[in-house]
Design a protein around this ligand. Structure first.
Ligand code: PRP
Length: 200
């Protein structure tokens, strides 16, 4: 049986309180600059097109909110929720629908907005699902791309940052539902015990 890919989170030993050390990987100011550039790239490709942004809950919401403000023009939103990992830390490779879109994407110019592209299994599932619904255009914007983790043969049309295979939190990304509200993207490391420390 093939080895399952590790989820983005490192394992915690039972009975240990983790010491979590956060190191800023991408500052909010770099994110802001890059999101603005990405919006310009998208608008260059779709100058006068109403863009229908499809955010993949929950990690994408801060990126979607900032990207939407930078895009200008006619923009609408919808959200989908899927799960590829269940409750465990290892990927099963299965993607399950938790919440479907509210409105049809037929004939629309759809931009799937993701916080992170990791194994690509989630995006592969979403693209297959959405292609069957006959959008006018279907493009993908991801803030972070962990290229070296890819299993599925998928790519994003617009990529904010290619990052190394580190466990990242912040700007929408979580560890056990925490840290989504950090303005920066940070690498989190777990130690044997203690409190969360933030390094400059
Ligand atoms: C993350 C991310 C993508 C998916 C990417 O979601 O938002 O949807 O994982 O991983 P993949 O490329 O290996 O499929 P997560 O399951 O952590 O949920 P969340 O957005 O609610 O935190």
């Amino acid at each position: 049986m093939p080895t399952k890919p590790a989820k983005r989170s490192p394992r915690m030993k039972a009975g240990h309180r983790a010491e979590e050390t956060l190191r800023v990987l991408i500052s909010h100011s770099r994110i802001h600059t890059r999101v603005r550039q990405m919006a310009q790239e998208i608008r260059r490709d779709f100058p006068n097109e109403p863009m229908h942004l499809v955010g993949v809950l929950k990690g994408s919401i801060l990126f979607l909110a900032d990207l939407a403000r930078e895009l200008g023009g006619e923009v609408s939103f919808d959200f989908i929720s899927v799960s590829s990992y269940g409750k465990g830390m290892d990927s099963t490779g299965e993607v399950k629908m938790i919440k479907d879109l509210d409105v049809s994407i037929e004939g629309r110019s759809v931009l799937v907005v993701e916080d992170i592209l990791d194994t690509g299994l989630t995006l592969k599932y979403l693209l297959r699902l959405f292609e069957g619904r006959k959008p006018k255009h279907l493009r993908v914007a991801v803030l972070l791309d962990k290229v070296e983790r890819r299993i599925a043969d998928v790519r994003a049309d617009y990529v904010g940052f290619v990052i190394p295979n580190e466990f990242v939190v912040g700007y929408g990304l979580d560890y056990d539902e925490r840290y989504r509200n950090l303005p920066d993207v940070c690498v989190v490391r777990l130690g044997p015990r203690g409190k969360t420390k933030v390094e400059a």
